[in-house]
Design a protein around this ligand. Structure first.
Ligand SMILES: NC(=O)c1ccc[n+]([C@@H]2O[C@H](COP(=O)([O-])OP(=O)(O)OC[C@H]3O[C@@H](n4cnc5c(N)ncnc54)[C@H](OP(=O)(O)O)[C@@H]3O)[C@@H](O)[C@H]2O)c1
Length: 321
């Protein structure tokens, strides 16, 4: 039996990395084996990966030596950082550098870096169309990732920078699904005006990443963008209405109102939606459905994702808008 090339999957116990780990583990003919990187090898998700055939290795992105050990002997790596755990772009950049350094040290043949745009290239900090956050960012959870691309480029390791899209799963896990308004009718609130939002099933991010690894030479040194479908808020509301068999009305939340919502990260997300709105053609243009489907023939559009997931969307909380 030929040895399989090991992919060290950062975030394997989470959404993006988990999708990649499952894509590899579910393909018995895969040329790759999964090394699941986690801080908590005893967690249920880590145990499930081990039971499905992954090697589980403990490492912490805040401990560079542990990441180097975890990458040792691997062929490639999938690298993702989780801004929402600490809300610090500086920490995210530090972790990205740790990943790039470890990839170089281990002599990896290919790395996928899950990134997003540094929005300051289009909206400099002195552009007052949206507030500057934490003194030097416009969309902190985007900017730190985009500002980290160079660590991978400078490492000399063949890297694909992967621009991901809004997870439709946010409608389940982030309370972004439709909610009843005062009259009991469902309202889908999103600050996107009449512009299109590229979205996708998070499980498809990992499946697309798997497609990239299988054609790694083609994507070395490239930035590629993936998405399941580009839809306006009104189109999403219509698809939701069809899925639930109820009227769903789109509420176009003003950016300023969204930034003022009372949850951590509201200003960051308000700026993010404004960026996607103001740069619709660039943002959508960087994320092609056809390209994503070429990497992952099972790519879901919003309606097919809804058909499989609508029962998980909580419809009962009061509308926040
Ligand atoms: N929500 C969206 O629509 C969206 C869209 C595009 C991009 N993103 C980006 O996606 C990222 C999060 O990815 P996700 O959704 O896959 O995350 P997730 O499901 O919340 O899981 C986070 C993963 O990161 C791992 N992790 C976090 N800190 C770590 C550390 N210090 N050392 C080692 N592993 C660590 C966790 O592993 P253990 O806990 O097992 O150690 C876990 O597997 C965020 O940065 C976000 O900005 C989100």
């Amino acid at each position: 039996m030929t040895e399989k090339n090991i992919i060290a999957v950062v975030g394997a116990t989470g959404a993006q990395g988990g999708g990649l780990a499952r894509a590899i583990l579910n393909d018995s003919a895969s040329p790759f084996a999964v090394r699941a990187i986690t801080r908590k090898p005893d967690s249920d998700n880590a145990k499930a990966l081990a039971a499905a055939g992954a090697q589980v290795v403990q490492a912490d992105l805040d401990d560079p030596a542990s990441v180097k050990r975890a990458f040792d002997g691997a062929w490639g790596a999938f690298c993702v950082t989780n801004f929402w755990e600490h809300f610090s772009p500086e920490k995210e950049m530090e972790q990205a550098k740790t990943l790039a350094d470890a990839a170089k040290d281990a002599g990896l043949k290919h790395v996928i870096w899950s990134t997003l745009e540094d929005t300051r290239k289009r909206v400099p900090v002195d552009d007052d169309r949206m507030p500057t956050l934490m003194d030097k960012y416009k969309v902190p959870h985007f900017d730190g990732k985009g500002a980290s691309d160079h660590f991978f480029k400078e490492s000399g390791v063949a890297t694909t920078c992967l621009l991901t899209s809004f997870y439709w799963d946010n409608l389940i896990h982030f309370g972004m699904g439709p909610k009843p308004g005062e009259d009991g009718e469902l309202v889908f609130a999103l600050p996107m005006g009449d512009k299109k939002l590229p979205g996708m099933a998070v499980e498809d991010i990992g499946r697309c990443a798997y497609g990239i690894l299988k054609r790694a030479d083609e994507f070395s040194g490239k930035t590629v963008g993936i998405t399941g479908e580009h839809l306006t808020g009104a189109e999403m509301a219509a698809a939701l209405g069809k899925a639930f068999g109820r009227k769903v009305t789109y509420f176009d939340v003003p950016f300023e109102m969204y930034r003022g919502f009372d949850f951590p990260g509201a200003a960051d997300l308000g700026n993010m939606f404004q960026y996607k709105h103001d740069f619709e053609s660039e943002f959508c243009g960087a994320r092609s459905v056809e390209f994503s489907r070429s990497l992952n023939p099972a790519l879901q559009d919003f309606s097919s994702w809804l058909a499989a997931n609508k029962d998980k969307i909580e419809l009962t909380e009061a509308a926040s808008g």
